[in-house]
Structure formats: C-alpha cells, structure tokens
Design a protein around this ligand. Structure first.
Ligand code: A5P
Length: 241
C-alpha cells in the first residue's frame, strides 16, 4: 500500500480531498527554520499541520499560534511548539483555509466557526497564505454560501435584526441540535448576502453593528493563495497595490 509521509493513503482521497492535501503539503515550503507561524483551522489546514509536524520531527524549529482549540490539540499531538495565547506575537507567516476565494484573493472564512481567532492571527502575520481546493474559487464572494458573523450571545436577536440591512434572514448556527458556540463563547449568525459587490465596505459596515464581534470577510489580507487540485497546485500572489 502506498502512503504519504503522514501515513495518509492518497487513494482514499476524493478529488476535493486531493486538492486540500496538495495545497496543505505545498504550503509547508513557506515555513523557514526559526519561524513563528499562525496555524489555521479546518480540513485543508490539517494537511499543512501534518506536513509541518513531519518537518518538526526532522528538526525544523518553529513556534505556532493556533486559531482554535482543535488546531491546538492537533499541534500538540504533532509536537509543534506553541506560543502562549496571551503574548504579543509577531508572526512570520500564517497559513489558513477559506470557504470561498475570489479572483482578487479576498475570502470568506468561518465555516468552521474560528473566524475571530483566524483574523487576529492573520493580522499578526507578515505573510498570510490561504489554502483552498479548486472547488472554493468563486467569481464573487457570498453567492454560494452565507457570510458567517460572530456575535455576542447577549441580545443576539437584536444583532440579527440589524444584520438584516445587509442580507436575508440570518440563521443562528447550531450543531447537533444545540446552539454552536465559538472557542470564545460567542454565537455565529450565518447571513445570506448573495454576490457581494464591495467586500471591503461590507466587512467594515457589518463590524459597526453593536453585538458583532467579527465577520468572515477577509479582504486585502491574503498575500498568497495556494489552490490545490488532484493534479497539483496553482499559486496566486496578490497584485501590488
Ligand atoms: C474555520 O472557521 C474556517 O475559516 C476554515 O478555515 C474554513 O472554513 C475552511 O475550512 P476547510 O478547509 O475545512 O474547508
């Protein structure tokens, strides 16, 4: 049986999984010895973490900042050293997934509910690399999924009412029949927005609503996007402003 260094059997991949794995494994080349690294969340980044863990086992020295409890747990299992949460970090690179990516390399994130920590970590990094499989590339953000908005539990229906100015009825995210809570103890409202014509404006406007903690638009943040497909990866860099 052929398998990768991570013990993963590539023959078990769907086409989407193969794309995620290709992107995740390619991203590890952006991590230099001694780097401080933001560690994203999700099924695509998992492949990056597995590849990074293999390099750490081989002697690469890194320190990571995880964007979720799940990622912290996997990083610990892989013996990737982590920086304390309550420290000022300057990160060389942050690597994360996305739910949608548009031709300008702007993204919607938060399908997994980790968007707040993800945005804090991305903002702390000199280079922010987004990993997606080929199915995540869209002509316009918001057309194929609602925008995740993290809100405080207190008064959330009022926050939802104010969000209606920007889309259809927001849905309170649930998981296994219970209200989904983020790692920070907040709720997620999934706001149907349709195709967004000005993502930068919408990102800023939504964050002005009382009760909104953060939203899943990541505009002008990714410097590089690695798009994985079964046949390999395509790498896109943000054009200079
Ligand atoms: C987590 O909240 C998200 O932002 C993820 O990065 C995003 O949902 C992509 O996840 P997958 O790689 O699992 O598709």
């Amino acid at each position: 049986m052929s398998s990768s260094a991570s013990g993963h059997d590539p023959r078990a991949d769907t086409s989407q999984d193969a794309g995620k794995r290709a992107a995740g494994e390619a991203a590890v080349d952006w991590v230099r010895d001694g780097a401080r690294v933001g560690l994203g969340t999700g099924s695509t980044v998992k492949y990056f973490l597995l590849a990074l863990g293999a390099r750490v086992k081989d002697g690469l020295r890194v320190q990571g900042v995880p964007t979720s409890h799940d990622t912290a747990e996997l990083a610990r299992q892989l013996r990737i050293p982590l920086l304390p949460e309550h420290e000022l970090w300057t990160l060389d690179v942050a690597v994360d997934g996305a739910d949608e990516i548009d031709p300008r390399l702007d993204a919607i994130k938060g399908g997994g509910g980790a968007l707040l920590r993800e945005k804090i970590v991305a903002a702390a990094a000199r280079t922010f690399i987004v990993l997606v499989d080929h199915t995540k590339c869209v002509p316009a953000l918001g057309a194929s999924m609602p925008l995740p908005v993290e809100v405080t539990p207190f008064g959330w229906p009022n926050t939802a009412k104010l969000l209606r100015a920007f889309g259809d009825e927001p849905a309170l995210r649930t998981r296994q029949g219970k209200v989904f809570e983020t790692d920070g103890g907040n709720y997620i409202l999934d706001l149907p927005v349709r195709a967004i014509d000005d993502p930068a404006r919408l990102e800023a406007q939504i964050n002005l609503i009382p009760g909104v903690v953060e939203n899943g638009l990541f505009v002008n943040r990714a410097s590089t996007v690695i798009i994985g497909a079964p046949g390999g990866v395509q790498i896109k860099h943000r054009a200079a402003p």
